[in-house]
Ligand binder design. Structure first.
Ligand code: ATP
Length: 507
C-alpha cells in the first residue's frame, strides 16, 4: 500500500491536503491525474445510471433522473433523518497518548511469551484493524518483553484478534492501547456524532446551527415531490446524485479509504412496496456487475449481506459490495452499500415537514409512500479500488510499477511521441496530437529517451503510446505501443481513430 501511496504522490494522483502546512488528517487533494481518473469514474457512473440506465427485468431501460442539491439543507432535515440523534460512532480515547479511535476498529489479542520454560502473559494488546499492524505490534511486544526482563515472544496472529467492544468491561480496562505502552489507558467507548456543523449568518447561536451533509441521499428525499411534479417519472424510478459529503471520522485512515471529506454516488430508487424485494436483488446484482465493468477483478469483489443485528432500524435488508483492499487483505472492506430503506425517509420527512409526500397512482386510484432501494457508492473509495486493482509490479519492465487501468477510465488515453526531436518527427507527431486531442485526453512529449517516456506513461496507466519514427514520414503510420503487453504494431495514420475506438468503448 505504501508503494501505491508513493506512486500516487509522485505522479500527481493524490496529494496530502495542506501539505505545505504539515497536512490535515482526513483530507486529501486530487492532483491532475487523480482528478481525471475521478471524473472519468464519476462520468461512467452518471452515464450508466442517468444517461443510459440499465435494462430492468421487463427488458426496458429503468427510469432515473439526476439532481444536484445543496450541501447545507434545513437543519430539520438531519433531525428527521435521524442523523442528529443517532449518527454517531463509539469512540475510545487513550489517556496515555491522547489518541482517539473508533471503538469498532480496535482489535485485541492476548500476547504471551516464554521465559525459562514458563509461559507468561504480556497482556491484552490492541491494534487498529485493517492496518499493517502485525509487524509493529510484534516489535512493540518484543520491546516490552525486553523491559520485563527478557524472553521469547510466542507467535500470535492478528487476524484471529477480537474487537475491543466485544470484551467485558474488566478485560477492556486492562488492554494496552494501539499506541500505548501502559495497560488500562483506554477510556470506555462513548458516542461521538460524526456531523460537521457550522453557523448560518453572523450570529453563532443554536438556532443558526446548520450541518454539512454526511450523505447526499437526504437532498434527494427532500426533492422527491419536486421531481415527481416536474418530470414524467412515476414509480418505479430513481433519482441520482453525485457530490461531496462530510463526516468527522474519529480515525480517518488508510489513505483515501476513510476521509473526512469525500464524494458519494448515490441513487434512491422509489418503487411500489410489493416490488421492493425484487428491486433490491436487482440493484445488488447490477452494481456488482458495474464495478466489474469498471475493470475490478471478480476475485477482489464480494457481496456481504448484513446480519439482522447489523441492519439499521429502518432497513429490512442491506448488502455491501466489498473490495479486497491491500490493507484489508485477506478480508474485504466496504466499497458500496445497497440498502432497502423501506418508506422510512419519506415518512420521517412527511412527519417533520407536515407536507404530503405520497405518490398518487391514477391507475389504481391509490396513494402510497414508495419504498426505496439505495445503492450508495463512494467515489473516492471507488478511485482507491480502481488504483489498487490496477497496481502492478514487474521488475522486467521499463517502469517496474505500472497501472493497468481500464482504457475508458485512464486519466491519459494516449501518449504521442516523436522518436527523436528532429527530421520532421516532432511536426508530424504534433499534427497527430492536434488531430486526436479533441477525442482523447492525450499528452505530447518530445523530451527524454523513448524508454523513459513509455515508463512515465505506464506509471500513469496510459493504455497506448503512439510513436512517430523515421519510417512514419514516408509510410504515414505510427507504432502503437500497448501498455499491458508492451507489444508494438504499426498502424496507418488514416486508420488511427477506427483502430483505437473499440478499446475505449464504455463497457
Ligand atoms: P463505513 O462503514 O465504512 O463507515 P458506511 O456504511 O457508513 O461506511 P454509507 O453511509 O453506506 O457508508 O456510505 C456509502 C458509501 O460512501 C460507502 O460505501 C463508502 O464507499 C463511502 N464512504 C462512507 N464514509 C466514507 C468516508 N469517511 N470516506 C470515504 N468514503 C466513505
Amino acid at each position: 500500500m505504501q508503494n501505491l501511496v508513493a506512486l500516487c504522490k509522485r505522479r500527481g494522483f493524490v496529494f496530502p491536503a495542506s501539505e505545505i502546512y504539515g497536512g490535515l488528517n482526513g483530507f486529501w487533494d486530487f492532483g491532475p491525474l487523480g482528478t481525471l481518473l475521478k471524473n472519468n469514474l464519476r462520468d461512467a457512473w452518471w452515464r450508466d445510471m442517468v444517461l443510459c440506465p440499465p435494462l430492468g427485468p421487463d427488458g426496458k431501460p429503468v427510469s432515473i433522473v439526476g439532481l444536484d442539491t445543496a450541501i447545507i439543507q434545513h437543519p430539520q432535515t438531519w433531525v428527521a433523518s435521524g442523523h442528529v440523534g443517532g449518527f454517531a460512532d463509539l469512540m475510545v480515547d487513550c489517556r496515555e497518548t491522547k489518541a482517539r479511535y473508533r471503538a469498532d476498529h480496535v482489535i485485541c489479542t492476548e500476547v504471551l511469551y516464554e521465559k525459562s520454560g514458563a509461559q507468561k502473559k504480556l497482556g491484552l494488546m490492541c491494534a487498529l484493524s485493517g492496518d499493517d499492524s502485525q509487524d509493529s505490534l510484534e516489535k512493540k511486544a518484543k520491546k516490552m518483553i525486553a523491559k520485563a526482563g527478557g524472553g521469547d515472544l510466542i507467535p500470535f496472529n492478528l487476524s484471529a484478534a477480537v474487537p475491543l467492544t466485544s470484551l467485558p468491561v474488566d478485560a477492556r480496562m486492562h488492554a494496552i492501547g494501539p499506541d500505548a505502552v501502559d495497560a488500562g489507558t483506554l477510556t470506555e467507548p462513548r458516542p461521538f456524532n460524526l456531523m460537521f456543523h457550522t453557523y448560518l449568518g453572523a450570529i453563532q447561536t443554536e438556532e443558526n446551527k446548520a450541518y454539512l451533509r454526511p450523505e447526499t441521499a437526504q437532498g434527494i428525499f427532500l426533492n422527491f415531490k419536486n421531481v415527481l411534479d416536474t418530470s414524467r417519472v412515476r414509480p418505479p424510478f430513481g433519482i441520482a446524485q453525485v457530490g461531496k459529503s462530510f463526516r468527522n471520522e474519529v480515525t480517518p485512515r488508510n489513505f483515501i479509504f476513510r476521509t473526512r471529506e469525500f464524494e458519494q454516488m448515490e441513487m434512491e430508487f422509489f418503487c411500489p412496496p410489493n416490488e421492493s424485494q425484487m428491486w433490491f436483488e436487482y440493484w445488488v446484482n447490477a452494481r456488482m456487475q458495474w464495478w466489474q465493468n469498471m475493470g475490478l477483478s471478480r476475485d477482489n469483489l464480494l457481496r456481504r449481506d448484513h446480519e439482522k443485528d447489523e441492519l439499521s432500524h429502518y432497513s429490512t435488508a442491506t448488502s455491501d459490495i466489498e473490495f479486497k483492499y491491500p490493507f484489508t487483505d485477506p478480508h474485504f472492506g466496504e466499497l458500496e452499500g445497497v440498502a432497502h430503506r423501506g418508506d422510512y425517509d419519506l415518512t420521517q420527512h412527511q412527519t417533520h415537514s407536515k407536507q404530503k409526500l405520497e405518490y398518487f397512482d391514477a391507475e389504481t386510484n391509490t396513494r402510497y409512500l414508495p419504498h426505496v432501494i439505495e445503492p450508495a457508492a463512494g467515489l473516492t473509495r471507488g478511485v482507491l479500488a480502481v488504483l489498487c486493482d490496477a497496481y502492478r509490479v514487474d521488475e522486467s519492465r521499463a517502469s517496474p510499477e505500472w497501472l493497468k487501468i481500464k482504457p475508458a477510465l485512464a486519466p491519459i488515453k494516449l501518449g504521442i511521441f516523436p522518436l527523436v526531436a528532429k527530421d520532421g518527427m516532432p511536426e508530424m507527431a504534433e499534427k497527430i496530437y492536434n488531430n486526436l486531442r479533441g477525442q482523447y485526453t492525450a499528452q505530447f512529449d518530445a523530451k527524454q529517451s523513448i524508454g523513459k517516456r513509455y515508463a512515465r506513461m505506464d506509471e500513469a496507466g496510459t493504455p497506448f503510446c503512439l510513436t512517430i519514427d523515421g519510417d512514419s514520414l514516408t509510410a504515414n503510420d505510427v507504432t502503437v505501443r500497448h501498455r499491458d503487453t508492451a507489444q508494438q504494431e504499426r498502424v496507418g495514420v488514416d486508420r488511427l481513430r477506427e483502430y483505437l475506438s473499440p478499446f475505449f468503448s464504455g463497457d
